[in-house]
Ligand binder design. Sequence first.
Ligand SMILES: [Zn+2]
Length: 296
Amino acid sequence: MMKFYLILFFSFFYSLTYSQRFDKVVIKSTHVHGSVYMLEGAGGNIGLAIGDSSVLMIDSQFGELSDRILNEIRTISDKPIQYLVNTHWHGDHTGGNENFNTHQTTIVAHENVRKRLSTDQFTKAFNRTSPAKPSSYWPEVSYSEELSLFLNPSKILIMHVDSAHTDGDSFVFFPEDNVLHLGDCFFNKRFPYIDLSAGGSIQGLIKAVQTALMVADEDSFIIPGHGALATRDDLLEYYTVIRGMFEAIEDAMQRGVSLDELKQAELDKGIESWGEGFISTAKFIDTIWTDLDRRK
Ligand SMILES: [Zn+2]
């Protein structure tokens, strides 16, 4: 009997802490430039573009936050959400898909997002399986290389970068407003997560950031997947750091340095705090090492 109480207590405690996880989250919106806004809460940064008769939304954070997100969107515009673009399949970017998926809204993403949301996904780095999502979460329009969307009167470009953060990453570019949403290919002033189990790779990520640096100019506004609104200079700094670490680790590996030795190495000044987020410095080194090691 005692044991039963204990289990009951634990499961109650667990569900309480899980639902409380989002209790204190406040959705904050920032005007980026022209018709584009950025919304921050918990999970990936949301982009919002206001057209003449409808709005476009990029990513949907967690399902628990959908009411709060919609309330914040309604302080900016009361027009219907015509498109919801997912930058990739992760739950902190697609968790609200079902709630936003009304008959007025079309979910758009790379074809591999649909593939991954509709099947069980095992993530080796966290030894965790994300079960397949119901069809109400899946993109209704998918593409393979690039796609143009029209949010009257503006044209919006969606481009795929291959094997970077995942195998289904999209960049969303607003040429008229010079705003670029990079999804999780860009963690501003933090080490990025690379989902090796879902087709991501460090070399692909570096290449994707190179592409973003070519699209952006000095006046661009860049929305990262995580972290504060950025400029091209911030993106260039991120590129320099991740490329530098990749090259140093690749070189050390060839010289026979061990993974443990690498983790003891000192970081450059100014980037010590980059490992204080979701991905620690050791975890980032581990990811690059694992990625290079499996290619040997
Ligand atoms: Zn992600």
